[in-house]
Design a protein around this ligand. Structure first.
Ligand code: GLU
Length: 481
């Protein structure tokens, strides 16, 4: 048997971390078993589906490295298949038209609530006579189609993550709607549970791996497989992703779409790596840094946890920094450019690549997210800087002025300025002015960067020198003393 799994997002929003994590598990499972990973876009909800969300989903999956083998298939292109399946269920007497109006359904639920009962459809149109149907149709009512769910049925399956799951038919809300009312045809748009089952049958899906929030749907879907005479796939329900308070991660938690994570400066490899750990424990749990391909070698459903997976920003940051710190400056610089540009700095790698690469190499060890680069380099990426009150106050101390004047003189005389020359200037100034080296260093830092703390001083100075900005900055500093 070839393993065939799928990810089936609805294009009603940007690619969400929960969907992406489900995609990761499906991808890992397919790769582990040399199977196929299929992408299906569930766009039957025409009111809420948008092509730009489809684009966001496909580009997000691609960015994460979650390549698919078949698809994308679109449900809106398969409507005739759903119609056929609905007709089959009607012909077999397993589905029927229900003519209830929304008002009647509301009233029914109100009455149930008043009696302290859980709201459900009471199957009232299950056995209408032909005359009763004709009378309701004569009123102009258009029926939805409902699939029969017997209250005394119990649905049992061996979940590959949760073990045996048992659902009572009576807990499934009564006969379920599988098609909306049609305006012209006998029935209208198919609903989620029906379309998913038809697709999973047609696409020969062997394992349905999806979020735990679909468990009740699974019970209903198993009944549909049976009714359509199809083999039931293996189901695996993955744990939900939880926020810090232990509740399901939702839009209210702010950052939830893959785009948000990308903009914050997470690398796709790091985010994908982190997602593999959101609900899966590798056989060697001390090993936490791996590529998707490496994880696929070890991945199986028996090590997917039942308990919810708490989203841990500190861990994601740590994983991201591991990847960032391993990157070569020449690659990393390319990823940093958009962040500098967004912050308003002009970057031209074609003409000035060496400088930006050197800057990148210097700050890389202090980056956790790509976006940090703006904060980490802000003192070095423009010709001049503002001086903080702290720096000005420091520079007004005795001795600082003389240090800065001497350094300006030395820079003017130096033929070139590399690390050795920079260090020699500091040494000479220390000696000739008979001051402490610390004072020289701090004077230089305040004069060059406008602040008392920042990245490596000598490296920063060399970078400013390469741009021809060091002298001007020190002169501005002098004017403040
Ligand atoms: N379209 C459904 C969702 O986005 C798919 C669920 C499933 O995998 O069956 O939640």
């Amino acid at each position: 048997m070839t393993v065939r799994v799928r990810i089936a997002p609805s294009p009603t929003g940007n690619l969400h971390i929960g969907t992406a994590r489900t995609a990761v598990f499906n991808w890992l499972y397919a790769r582990h078993y040399n199977g196929k990973f299929i992408l299906r876009i569930e766009d039957t909800d025409e009111a809420r589906s948008r092509p730009e969300y489809t684009e966001n989903i496909t580009s997000g999956l691609t960015w994460l490295g979650l390549t698919w083998d078949e698809g994308p298939f679109f449900q809106t292109q398969r409507l005739d298949r759903y119609q056929q399946a609905i007709q089959t269920l009607l012909d077999r007497g397993l589905a029927y038209p229900c003519y209830c109006t929304p008002e009647e359904l509301d009233q029914m639920r109100e009455e149930q609530k008043a009696k302290g009962l859980a709201p459900r459809y009471d199957n009232r149109h299950r056995n209408l006579t032909a005359e009763a149907k004709a009378a309701l149709e004569a009123e102009g009512r258009k029926p939805v189609i409902r699939f029969k769910i017997d209250d005394d049925r119990s649905v049992v399956w061996q979940d590959a993550v949760r073990g045996q799951v048992v659902w009572q038919g009576s807990d499934l809300g009564g006969d379920m709607v599988i098609a909306r009312a049609g305006d012209t045809s006998a029935f209208g748009q198919p609903l989620y549970n029906l379309a998913v089952v038809v697709d999973d049958i047609d696409m020969d899906i062997t394992h349905v791996i999806r979020g735990e929030d679909h468990i009740a749907n699974t019970a209903k879907q198993i009944l549909l497989y049976e009714a359509l005479g199809a083999k039931v796939p293996v189901f695996a329900h993955t744990p939900l992703i939880l926020n810090q308070e232990g509740r399901k991660l939702s839009k209210r938690d702010g950052v939830t779409s893959i785009d948000d994570f990308r903009k914050l400066g997470f690398l796709p490899e790091a985010l994908a790596n982190y997602m593999t750990l959101l609900g899966w424990t590798p056989p060697d749990s001390t090993e936490e840094i791996f590529t998707l391909a490496e994880a696929a070698e070890k991945f199986d459903l028996d090590r997917v946890n039942k308990a919810g997976a708490k989203f841990d920003w500190a861990k994601l940051d740590w994983i991201n920094s591991q990847y960032l710190h391993k990157m070569a400056a020449q690659d990393l610089v390319e990823l940093l450019v958009p962040y500098w540009e967004e912050a308003g700095y002009e970057v031209n790698l074609d003409s000035d690549r060496y400088w930006w690469e050197s800057l990148t190499a210097m700050v890389a060890p202090s980056l956790t997210r790509l976006a940090d680069v703006v904060k980490e380099t802000r003192l070095l990426v423009a010709e001049s800087v503002e001086y903080t009150p702290e720096a000005v106050e420091f520079m007004q101390q005795e001795g600082v002025k003389a240090v800065i004047e001497q350094v300006i003189g030395a820079i003017s005389e130096a033929a070139s300025l590399e690390e050795a020359e920079g260090k020699a200037i500091i040494k000479d100034v220390t000696k000739s002015l008979k001051v402490k080296k610390g004072l020289v260093m701090r004077s230089l830092r305040a004069g060059l960067t406008g602040e008392m703390h920042g990245p490596d001083l000598i490296q920063s100075w060399l970078l400013l020198h390469q741009k021809g900005w060091d002298k001007g900055r020190l002169e501005k500093a002098l004017s403040l003393i």
